[in-house]
Design a binder for this molecule. Structure first.
Ligand code: PMP
Length: 386
């Protein structure tokens, strides 16, 4: 018979085809469900059966906690995407890249300094850097926030750990570190540095780069991320962290990640990128068209640029819209949207003002269609008002 599924938020009935009237569009979370149809098309090749006796041990046959096969697939994938240099880099796995956020801060902090390392980031920034750093803070590091406040202080770059998110969550901009001294240390979070979401200008060759399966294949629930690390000591500290914290990443997670990456690598290894870019590009074009009719709302401007992966100049396809309410009286922008049936994330959570809202564009097609429909209504009301 037909599989019994859960309906998407705004649909009901035995086959999920009944629309719930006035259902709000939930554009809050960064759940990357836009890739679900891709995996439905690749259902058989990506399926995994694990027998009861398989992978029971703490260790792989080489006595490590990490799959060498998975490492090899990750290196191959980066060389196809052209988004990161893996030669001369060590790899550490994490339970999602979230586990690696604090593993990286911990590994970069100075154990012998009398003052804690300042963990900084440019505004607007992904809120979890603050949450994670504060949750696990030791006497060696402390979250300070807004990087620009410390740029010209007397201890400029001497004891700073900078998060650099490129492309950035929430605004999709490519970013560089602002601290560049000889002792500057940075964590380059490349969660969105895939052809899905950005033109790839050249392979990133930073000392510490983080990636995640969540935004690459869409398998956020699998909880798998990895770090590419140049320095051996930093590598050793980060692997000690994950080894002590969780005895490494679950062997089942590694098995599933390997299966998925090998499907991605099948053929010329380009099909997921074409699919993901096509979807994200269409969404951004539809959203831009609607917002261009508005004077009340604006979204970030990202220029078309040359992509070494597609070998052409390509338009923007960011994971999120960073929407601004332009009217002074709309100073709590997420409330304005909420009253129009759109649930977004308050700019304040990203260190910016409430004049901004982040809207997720990476959820299911139904979620995106709802968002667009409600936004169109809001924009049409503008004309009536003026
Ligand atoms: N970094 C950034 C910039 C993110 O947006 C996210 C997820 N939203 C993560 C890291 C963490 O992702 P995960 O733990 O699923 O790998």
């Amino acid at each position: 018979g037909k599989p019994v599924c859960e309906c998407n938020t705004c649909y009901d009935g035995p086959d999920c085809s009944t629309y719930i009237p006035d259902c709000p569009a939930d554009a809050n979370s960064g759940d990357p469900m836009f890739l679900e149809p891709y995996w439905m098309q690749n259902a058989a090749s990506s399926a995994l059966v694990v027998t009861g006796w398989h992978r029971m041990s703490y260790i792989f046959s080489d006595h490590s906690y990490t799959s060498q096969e998975l490492e090899k697939s990750i290196r191959r994938l980066h060389s196809i995407a052209g988004n990161a240099v893996t030669e001369g880099k060590y790899i550490v796995f994490g339970t999602g890249s979230t586990q690696l956020l604090n593993a990286a801060v911990n590994a970069l902090s100075l154990y012998n300094s009398s003052t804690p390392s300042k963990v900084v980031v440019s505004i607007p920034f992904y809120p979890d850097y603050e949450v994670q750093t504060e949750l696990f803070a030791t006497e060696h590091y402390k979250f300070y926030g807004d990087a620009s406040l410390y740029k010209n202080s007397s201890d400029d770059s001497t004891n700073v750990i900078e998060f650099v998110t490129s492309p950035n969550n929430p605004d999709g901009k490519l970013r560089k570190a602002i601290f560049n001294g000889p002792s500057a240390r940075a964590i380059h979070d490349h969660a969105y540095n895939w052809p899905h979401f950005t033109a790839i200008p050249h392979p990133s060759d930073e000392d510490l780069m983080l990636f995640t399966l969540s935004k690459l294949t869409g398998h956020a629930g699998v909880r798998f991320g990895w770090a590419l690390i140049k320095d051996k000591t930093v590598y050793e500290r980060m692997s000690t962290y994950t080894n002590e914290n969780t005895f490494g990443v679950s062997r089942d997670i590694q098995l599933r990640a390997l299966k998925l990456l090998n499907v991605v690598l099948d053929g010329d290894g380009r099909s997921i990128f074409k699919y993901a870019y096509g979807t994200m590009r269409n969404r951004w074009e539809s959203l831009s068209k609607t917002v261009s009719l508005s004077t009340r709302f604006t979204i970030q401007d990202i220029s078309p640029s040359f992509c070494t992966f597609f070998q052409n100049v390509r338009g923007p396809s960011p994971a999120y819209a960073w929407l601004k309410c332009e009217r002074e009286e709309d100073d709590i922008c997420y409330k304005v949207l909420e009253s129009g049936g759109i649930l977004g994330r308050d700019g304040i959570l990203f260190g910016a003002s409430s004049q901004y809202v982040r809207l997720s564009l990476i959820k299911s097609q139904d979620d995106f269609d709802q968002l667009l429909q409600h936004l169109k209504k809001l924009v049409l009301q503008e004309d009536g008002a003026t």
